[in-house]
Ligand binder design. Sequence first.
Ligand SMILES: NC(=O)c1ccc[n+]([C@@H]2O[C@H](COP(=O)([O-])OP(=O)(O)OC[C@H]3O[C@@H](n4cnc5c(N)ncnc54)[C@H](O)[C@@H]3O)[C@@H](O)[C@H]2O)c1
Ligand SMILES: [Zn+2]
Length: 429
Amino acid sequence: MAAYSPADPESVFTYGAPQLKFGTGAADEIGYDLSLTGAHRVLVVTDPGVAATGTPQRVADQMGRFGIEAQVFDEVHVEPTDESLERAVAWARDNGPWDAIVAVGGGSSIDTAKAVNLLTTNPGELMDYINKPVGGGRDPEQPLHPLVAVPTTTGTGSESTTICVLDVLSLKVKTGISSARLRPTMAVVDLSLTLSQPAGVTAASGMDILCHALESYTARGYTTFERKRPEQRVPYCGANPISDMWSEKAMSLLADSFRTAVRDGSDVEARGQMALAATFAGMGFGNAGVHIPHANAYPIAGRVKDFHPKDYPPDEAMVPHGMSVALTAPEAFRFTFDASPERHLRAASLLDPRATVTDDPAEFLPSVLTALMRDIGIPNGIGAVGFGEDDVDDLVEGTMKQQRLLATAPKDVTEHDVAGIFRRSLALW
Ligand SMILES: NC(=O)c1ccc[n+]([C@@H]2O[C@H](COP(=O)([O-])OP(=O)(O)OC[C@H]3O[C@@H](n4cnc5c(N)ncnc54)[C@H](O)[C@@H]3O)[C@@H](O)[C@H]2O)c1
Ligand SMILES: [Zn+2]
């Protein structure tokens, strides 16, 4: 294992978060909250599935009581692409101007709202702002509109983060836009909106929570980086005492609620714990960063073949984000074990307090993860979503492009290492 030994170690970490309103009924207060900003015209951004629950229109109608005219855009693409974001931005530009934006939905709706917010307040086009080397990596110069993010899944934590994830279709690559200005002004987490999530979405998005917590908890510590100048600071600064606290708590909440929420979506207590876990993990990883499972997830999702997951829109092949992250997680954590054995063991105990350490301690966390994945119906490895041995080189190439994420891994990761992780993830049990 390559230990990191910087010549001039970092001594500073950072923490950022939006204003937060949490609890049943919190979404009924958005009109009041936005009236305080002086907003008169508000755009509500959502996808067709969430629109069908009636929640986005209810949120829009409620703003009328505060003299705010709200319009719903319900054409978000589930797992946004450059084309879908451009369509949303064009619609918002044609129908604007807007004073504020409200995203109602999962990560897909929240990320689309972030892109719309950016490109209705700043000059240029989408590609200008996408992370290098795919896009221009331009920094937004103008302040954005207030953005209220209202998650209806228990997963991404996008309501707290500074990134917008998208698929660049022509390059078959998932990438993002990353800027502190993208962070929503306010996160409104109302568990009553999450009750209608189908079991398949609860399982996949819940694995996203779990991996956010686990990856930020095992990420390279912030002091193992070279010292940065103020203008070099990035939102992801490595594991630190504050992100550790959020991640640990998120894992304990998942231990109590994850299986129950998938089995019985009407269990309000489990749904509430999942919503808290998603928020906590978002606050953790949104500052520390994620690493190998997320880097692997991008090519798994971007190079999907013909997999149609249960409970997602049936018209397109996809590997949902949380599922694509989970599929290589057991092997990734077997690989990173020696970088911080105590953290891997503690995480396994938090995720399953009843489990006991196996003869080989490196197996403890992978075994807790695969037992959970089997129980909640996650496919058995990348083979089960259509990839074979012949695809490994292609997947490795996609992972190695995610250097921004691999930089947070707790040890150096070579192409050979990643190939081994993919190969051993063809079937997990
Ligand atoms: N910006 C970030 O920090 C960040 C972090 C992780 C993931 N992401 C991105 O977020 C996206 C995934 O988001 P997600 O997992 O939250 O799911 P999602 O937004 O893609 O939604 C998944 C499906 O669930 C449906 N759905 C959502 N809420 C529902 C509800 N309450 N009732 C009924 N149906 C509901 C949607 O209509 C959709 O069909 C991916 O594009 C991923 O890359 C972003
Ligand atoms: Zn994620």
